[in-house]
Design a protein around this ligand. Structure first.
Ligand code: FMN
Length: 280
């Protein structure tokens, strides 16, 4: 076994790597990416090594492909990041589906050894907790909620004085998020994964988080709602808002969910043009 102190140090490094930018990060202010330094961007894909004539061209038309689960093609194809929300009604049934799709428990493995859920997860450790900033969901008071996956229930953690301001601050100033009906915040309880994977837990956990996010995207697409993965949340604000300890549990990913209209795709496109023009 590794020296105990070294093992602890490596675990700490892994935890730090999985966290958002932290207040005491000595490099946060000064670090400049190559994009910020206006250096040319790398190629979008690796160049082929074989001549064109040798490529195996693949079909793109999947309409005729027999599907065991109808609707899958459209759901995957129509998934997109939506940042323009219409602030219409969202129901608790819709929210329940999104919670189930992202972290819902389908069964137990062994004598409570592991939960089997709607998302895959390395070693079925399911090291995440789901918190919600509910703003506009019929039948639910606005405020902070925590999802109980085993019971498929919500517990109310408290009201928030000014939800718009709180959401904008939690999302590092991305004020469009405050028009969402609800914001998902996923925390990680690192030890749940470290118990099994030790210093490799953090790498696995970030892969796991991707599955959770994608299931939210697909479930929203299925319901006709919009979402957008958010990596640029504010670690300190989220930690304080949710009353987390920031060491044994911290936020790793988030996503607003809101009602959308098809025609707002134009606004989305305008957003992307803005991002490109500004070099963001
Ligand atoms: C891990 C992750 C973090 C992201 N963080 C942000 C974010 O902070 N703000 C934002 O506007 N979009 C964010 N996005 C959305 C991406 O910009 C978006 O997925 C990408 O531009 C491709 O667009 P599409 O999802 O519509 O295909 C994030 C997406 C992922 C997967």
């Amino acid at each position: 076994m590794l020296d105990e102190a070294l093992q602890k140090k490596l675990i700490e490094e892994g935890r730090r790597f999985t966290r958002g930018a932290m207040e005491d990060d000595p490099y946060e202010e000064e670090f400049e990416s190559d994009q910020e330094r206006r250096l040319p961007q790398p190629p979008l894909c690796k160049a082929p090594v074989r001549p064109q004539e040798e490529w195996i061209r693949l079909p793109r038309d999947f309409e005729a492909l027999p599907m065991a689960k109808p609707g899958l093609l459209e759901t995957i194809r129509d998934r997109r990041s939506a940042r323009v929300y219409t602030q219409e009604e969202m129901t608790v049934e819709q929210l329940a589906f999104l919670l189930w799709a992202t972290q819902g428990v389908k069964g137990l493995r062994g004598k409570s050894y592991a939960t089997l859920r709607t998302v895959p997860c390395g070693g079925a450790r399911h090291e995440f907790e789901t918190y919600l900033l509910v703003k506009n969901v019929t039948g639910l008071a606005a405020g902070i909620y925590h999802y109980l996956p085993l019971e498929h229930a919500l517990e109310f953690l408290g009201a928030v004085e000014n939800m718009d301001t709180a959401i904008t601050a939690a999302m590092s100033g991305q004020s469009w998020c405050a028009k969402a009906n609800v914001v998902f915040l996923w925390s990680m309880v690192p030890y749940r994964a470290e118990w099994r994977y030790g210093i490799y837990a953090h790498r696995i956990a970030l892969i796991d988080a991707g599955h959770v996010g994608q299931n939210l995207y697909l479930a929203c697409t299925g319901l006709g709602l919009g979402t957008c993965g958010i990596g640029a949340f504010d670690d300190a604000v989220c930690t304080e808002l949710l009353g987390l300890d920031g060491g044994e549990e911290y936020i790793v990913y988030s996503a607003p969910v809101g009602t959308v209209r098809e025609k707002d795709k134009a606004a989305e496109q305008a957003f992307y043009k803005f991002v490109e023009d500004e070099g963001l």
